[in-house]
Ligand binder design. Structure first.
Ligand code: SAH
Length: 240
């Protein structure tokens, strides 16, 4: 898969893409990342990418021309490319979107800066994506978050594909609590059942804890979850 990041701050991506799961994906040849400097698509000597907003108001707005040029260039080189504009006004990025993106051959994220982009560039993009209801000072961090979420879903990037299936949000409920060594830490014991070796009991315990967490922390997800007969009887049995 090819991921392109169009930015005015290419140095932003120097380190974070070479570490961890994304770096592993690159080294394994599953993922190719290209950083594109928007300033390479400017003509003036200052390599400007922004200007004052028509109608007044605070801050600067990103010029449409360099964005058009960069996107057209990528489209010519790679007709399969899908384009995503990072924006707090976009559709909320979630695990389902990450899965959809991970199945594309080529995706490009455009990282905004200043007050955002000139409205006329919007039709260039397949979708506008937001990582949450807060305002960042640029799209780079948003793009990094999305690249990370997408990269780990590309087959062959994570060692253990099973861990993906059990994770929070892949199903409609949150993940169960996890423990590792030591068995007792500062007086707190790992639940006995996890040491029992009884896989069926462990599975039921985890499912119950996952449901409990979801109900307590994310009542919206809990209300929307379609539970199996077995889960319903588990809840009744333990009066969750
Ligand atoms: N004035 C704009 C905010 C611009 S923030 C507004 O009120 O909507 C500058 C840039 O940061 C945006 O163009 C976008 O690329 C990025 N950005 C900020 N918050 C974001 C978020 N929640 N999700 C994704 N990108 C975001």
């Amino acid at each position: 898969m090819i991921i392109r990041l169009v930015t005015t701050l290419p140095e932003f991506f120097d380190k974070p893409l070479s570490a961890g799961v994304v770096g592993k994906g690159i080294n394994a040849g599953r993922l190719h990342i290209e950083i594109i400097n928007l300033r390479d698509y400017t003509d003036d000597k200052h390599r400007s990418t922004d200007d004052y907003p028509f109608g007044g108001g605070a801050g600067m707005v990103m010029l449409p021309e360099p964005i058009f040029k960069a996107v057209r260039h990528i489209k010519r080189e790679d007709p399969d490319a899908k384009f995503y504009l990072t924006s707090p006004k976009g559709k909320r990025f979630d695990q389902k979107t990450a899965l959809t993106l991970s199945r594309q051959k080529s995706i490009t994220f455009f990282c905004g800066r200043y007050e955002g982009v000139d409205e006329r560039v919007r039709p260039l993009f397949d979708e506008e994506l937001s990582i949450g209801d807060f305002v960042l000072s640029g799209g780079e961090i948003a793009a990094l978050a999305m690249v990370d979420a997408v990269a780990r879903l590309i087959p062959g990037v994570l060692g253990n594909q099973e861990s993906i299936l059990e994770e929070s949000f892949m199903g409609p409920i949150l993940e169960y609590p996890q423990y590792t060594r030591p068995r007792v830490f500062e007086g707190k014991k790992v639940p006995d059942i996890l040491l029992s070796g009884n896989h069926k009991k462990i599975m039921r315990y985890r499912r119950l804890e996952a449901l409990r967490r979801t109900r307590d922390r994310r009542p919206d997800l809990y209300a929307a979850a379609v539970l199996t007969e077995d889960e319903l009887s588990l809840i009744k049995e333990r009066s969750l």
